[in-house]
Ligand binder design. Structure first.
Ligand code: FES
Ligand code: FES
Length: 152
C-alpha cells in the first residue's frame, strides 16, 4: 500500500493506507484521533468535519490521496487547552446533548469565525445548516457561535 505523509494538528504523520481511504478513517483508525465522528459517510451530516488549510471539509468523503501538502486540523488540534472561544462558549451555553455531532459543529463554526469573526445570525444559520444534530440542539449551537463571536 502507498505511504502518505500528512500534516495533522501540526505534526507530520506517515500513514500506510489505500489511496481511496477517506481521511476520516485515517484520523480515527491510523492516528487514533477519535474526536472526529462518523455519521452518514456520504457528506450529508457534517459529523466528520475537519479543517484542510483552515477550510471545513467532510473527512468521510475526502480521500487521503487528495490531501497533498494541506494542513489538517481536527477537534483535538483546534486549541491547546480546549479554550478556543467556541469551546468556551459551548461550555457556557451548555450546548451538547448526546455530544455526537458536536466536534463537527465546532469545526464548521471555527472555519466560519476564522473567515468572518463577526457573523450575523443569518450567516451563522446559513453556515451551520448542513451540520445535523439529531438531538435538536440547534438553538444552543447558534447561540454559542454568536457568543463566541463576541470573544474573538
Ligand atoms: S459522516 Fe461525513 S458528512 Fe456525515
Ligand atoms: S448533541 Fe446529539 S446529535 Fe447533536
Amino acid at each position: 500500500m502507498p505511504k502518505y505523509n500528512i500534516q495533522v494538528n501540526g505534526k507530520n504523520q506517515e500513514v500506510d493506507v489505500a489511496e481511496d481511504t477517506p481521511l476520516l478513517w485515517v484520523l480515527r483508525d491510523s492516528l487514533h484521533l477519535v474526536g472526529t465522528k462518523y455519521g452518514c459517510g456520504i457528506a450529508q451530516c457534517g459529523a466528520c468535519t475537519v479543517h484542510l488549510d483552515g477550510a471545513a471539509v467532510r473527512s468521510c468523503m475526502f480521500p487521503v490521496s487528495a490531501i497533498g501538502t494541506g494542513k489538517i486540523t481536527t477537534i483535538e488540534g483546534l486549541s491547546e487547552k480546549g479554550d478556543h472561544p467556541l469551546q468556551v462558549a459551548w461550555n457556557e451555553v451548555d450546548v451538547p446533548q448526546c455530544g455526537y455531532c458536536q466536534s463537527g459543529q465546532i469545526m464548521t463554526a471555527a472555519a466560519l469565525l476564522a473567515e468572518n469573526p463577526k457573523p450575523t445570525m443569518n450567516q451563522i444559520v446559513d453556515t451551520m445548516h448542513g451540520n445535523i444534530c439529531r438531538c435538536g440542539a440547534y438553538h444552543r449551537i447558534r447561540e454559542a457561535v454568536k457568543l463566541a463571536s463576541t470573544k474573538i
